[in-house]
Design a protein around this ligand. Structure first.
Ligand SMILES: NC(=O)c1ccc[n+]([C@@H]2O[C@H](COP(=O)([O-])OP(=O)(O)OC[C@H]3O[C@@H](n4cnc5c(N)ncnc54)[C@H](O)[C@@H]3O)[C@@H](O)[C@H]2O)c1
Length: 274
């Protein structure tokens, strides 16, 4: 992929995930700079990945060709306002937002009218090169800029463009927030395994290895539907059938649908507020 000078404004969990994945994929460390108000996260990034760091956002923005906006959504307007007031110029640069709940129209306003923007929604498994990212850009954004963003996200996992901006909110529900759903499910299983007599380490091993195996079974068998993979485990009159009957009787589909709808609703609510 093209190795533009890339700045991350905000050096939190998601920036760390993306930077880790990019470095693993061969992105040159001296082409990445991260900015954050406090030093500890910057020092850890410099130590782990050899990237450049600064506590001065403007310094990072000035030397970058592409700028990843990676602060919390509630901080975005203030952060960009401060940079503009300090003399930041975004002309000629590509802005890449990873923030939930801020539309490109609103980002453009926050960035002083700069419209070369791509809105993305990655997730934390990018840290391991196993991320899933949704991307959206308005029609005027150049193909070279779209390609750069796509290749960046493919360097840390898989990428999927959405045609309508609200698709990003659906990506949040199905991928951005979703690692946490699986962790929650695994936590519940591990707790129950512990209650049934396993040590914490044993419970984690049982759940972790099974989740890893199940996800790999899905990835390795594209010709089989998720339902077919489930059926392969489910002997007629056996134990799995009883567990699945219990999930269904307790309304698993409804629970999942409600949770995903709640994530979308919150994303839309943020879009109307920020
Ligand atoms: N964590 C996820 O799973 C995830 C997934 C997809 C998208 N996102 C998006 O990524 C963004 C960051 O989320 P996160 O989870 O990494 O949060 P985080 O709190 O871990 O990181 C945000 C960082 O921004 C820094 N910061 C605060 N004000 C700043 C300023 N004015 N200038 C520069 N840095 C500043 C904070 O010190 C912090 O280190 C959010 O907009 C979120 O919606 C997060």
């Amino acid at each position: 992929m093209e190795h533009r000078k890339l700045a991350f404004i905000g050096a939190g969990n998601m920036s760390r995930s993306l930077i880790s994945g990019l470095i693993q994929s061969g992105y040159p460390a001296d082409h990445i700079i991260a900015a954050n108000p406090s030093r500890p996260k910057l020092d850890a990034l410099a130590a782990d990945f050899g990237i450049c760091t600064t506590q001065n956002n403007l310094e990072a923005i000035e030397q970058a060709e592409a700028v990843v906006l990676a602060v919390k959504p509630q901080m975005m307007a203030a952060m960009l306002g401060e940079q503009l007031a300090a003399g930041a110029r975004f002309d000629g640069k590509l802005l890449i937002s990873i923030a939930a709940g801020i539309s490109v129209a609103r980002l453009e306003q926050m960035a002083g009218g700069h419209s070369n923007l791509v809105r993305t929604m990655p997730n934390t498994p990018s840290l391991l090169g196993l991320g899933m990212t949704g991307l959206y850009a308005r029609p005027h954004v150049a193909q070279a800029d779209r390609d750069y963003c796509q290749h960046m996200m493919e360097a840390v996992g898989q990428a999927l463009w959405v045609a309508e901006e609200d698709g990003i909110n659906q990506v949040i529900a199905a991928a951005g927030s979703a690692p946490a759903y699986f962790f929650l499910f695994m936590e519940a299983m591990a707790k129950e395994a512990e209650r049934n007599g396993f040590s914490a380490d044993e419970a984690r091993l049982l759940v972790q290895q099974t989740a890893l195996g199940a996800a790999n079974m899905v990835a390795a068998n594209p010709q089989l539907s998720l339902g077919q993979l489930r059926e392969q485990v489910t002997s007629k009159g056996g134990t799995t059938a009883e567990a699945i009957r219990s999930f269904n009787d307790n309304g698993l589909d409804r629970l999942v649908a409600d949770a995903m709808a709640a994530a979308v609703a919150r994303a839309r609510e943020l879009e109307s507020q920020l």
